[in-house]
Ligand binder design. Sequence first.
Ligand code: ADP
Length: 702
Amino acid sequence: MSQNTSRDLHAHSQATSLENSSLEEREHGVDQPQEALYRLYLAAIIESSDDAIIGKTLDGIVTSWNPAAERLYGYTAQEIVGKPIATIVPNELRDDLAVIMQQLKEGKKIDHHETIRMRKDGTHVNVSVTISPIKNASEKIIGASTIARDITAQKKAEEREQFLSEVSKVLASTLDYQTTLSHIARLVVPHLADWFTVDLIDAEGQFNLVEIAHKDPTKVQWGKELRKRYPIDPHAPSGVPQVVRTGKAELHPVVTDEMLAKTARTEEELALYHQVGLTSVIIVPLIARGNAFGALTFIYTESGKNYNAKDLAFTEEMGHRIGIALDNAILYRQVQQSRDELHAILQNVADGITVQDAQGTLIYANDIAAQLSGFSSAEAMLAAAIDNRIFSEVLSKVEMKDELGNSLSHDQLPGRRALEGQKNVQAFIQYNDTVTGQTRWSLVKAEPIFDEYGQVHFAVNVITDITEERAFEQRKDEFIRMASHELKTPITALKGFTSLLQRRLIKQGDDETSLSFLARMDAQLDRLTKLISDLLDVSKMQVGKLDYREEDFDLDALVQETIETLQGMTQTHHLQFAGQTNVQVFGDRDRIGQVLINLLTNAIKYSPQADKVIVCVSTDQGQAILSVQDFGIGIVGFHQEHIFERFYQVAEPAEKTYPGLGIGLYISKEIVRRHDGKVWVESQKGQGATFYVSLPLRSEQK
Ligand code: ADP
């Protein structure tokens, strides 16, 4: 034992008595008797220090070695004092040692130098060393003292922190989860595992291996095949399925033969497990939004290491981060997929489709929409939309008009109105094709899309090119106009001859039967005339050419007269008249009469089992209200919205027996609309129907 060491040990035995001396005393000057005490005190500190404290000569020979040094490096003082300090320096760091010794000779102190030393058993240990030169009384450097601290744990924590930040970086780098996972696998293997796998559960509850890593690529291939042959049993009581079921990680510090025997389904599988040579396993869940959707498995095999609780905590943290990132990536992929699908669908529909954001800026357009708006492609249209000026310039070349030929500004387009919150907006737009100059027609429908706060988020526009349909409609209307006109002439002649014949027969005092036949013929001719004039009205309405003669007329008298005329034509129904308005209405008396005739004939026609119809007039809030109530078949809600459309008839098996063209209500609605009034229906299937007409009154009558 060296002199120093024996003195240190001696000092240690004295240390307890020193603890009682006052601090003041100890800090006081170092005179002779106290100097001895001071040395003893110092020795005691060295002895009990948690840090390794080592003395060495300038040649690198160890001169003192405290118990902490023994604990750290495994050598006793006896074994190492007098030996070179190089004993504890790994071969590859010998040069480093030479540099340190040189610095000491120059009197320099080395502070908190982080390096690696070798223990007696050959293992490495991370240490932080502070080395100070020791001078004698004449200031000559005679050696050095080293204070060394084991920083393995700190290093490991730092490394893990670093590792996690690497993982986070990888996770943030891309939303392509396959790439992300293989990056992560490269970080994990071989530092944290010999084998690393990632399994995700699918909608059917099956586990899919989405990543498998090992440092040897041939083994990866082998591992994949193995998993194909032995897929994970979703009902297995432990392992990945259990971790995903419970959301709780599994740590198996030591994998025993017994455990393998329990897991293996066949002898062959068990033999394979033995071949893999599992020593330790951790399985952690991947959790996102409170739901475990997969697991990470870390396996030690050939390296023979074992996982501990710290590793578990660390890998759980990894699982947590990867879980969230993976979930985001999967959601992103799903969103992208549905967006691509939607895009493919929208590109292939025959209609133009555009989407505007809340500010009205175009954010989506398909090619058809671009074409209809004068752009070469959807890309060109969207690119132009970014620069509002270009966009308006292109659009301004397209002069737009509404159905009646009035010029339309872009602010009047349905999209704008949808952005203001109006639902179901639609407009017929005519414009001149910028290339051919031909007049084209579009039906533009816009719908607002609301966010969760009820604010308009987007407006979706569907643009249908209806030029062909329009042209066809126009030809059809023209044909109807001509046909009706042509039909009217012979009917007028027929009517004339019928009344001539009637008069003759009466004069001749002919029998009743012939006269009644003639009367029925005349009634049929009236029906025919009405049908033709209705058709003619419809075609005139289409082009806005229906004439109105406007005057003040007595509403009550008109209703009374019309009821009387129609009462004469029905034997089945009693037409009752209720109420009184005493008002004059300004408008076309004949046309309003036509509306009432339409409503009354419908009421009679659609209530074959009933025997009355009630007509009622009243005034309410500046309006004259006219209602026609029947007790017939009624109309279900869905059809009520449509019966006022042109050619619309309720096509239900029971209704098939009713003759008609589906234009009476359309004409009535148009006439009432021209009078700034409204027409609507209240009805329930099988409960009869009440049709209402409201007409505004002149202000002095209100
Ligand atoms: P139509 O010539 O077919 O009667 P309308 O335009 O007058 O044409 O009416 C449209 C459709 O509305 C009818 O076909 C019928 O199905 C329904 N309808 C009209 N009035 C009534 C009513 N009073 N009761 C039940 N259904 C009616």
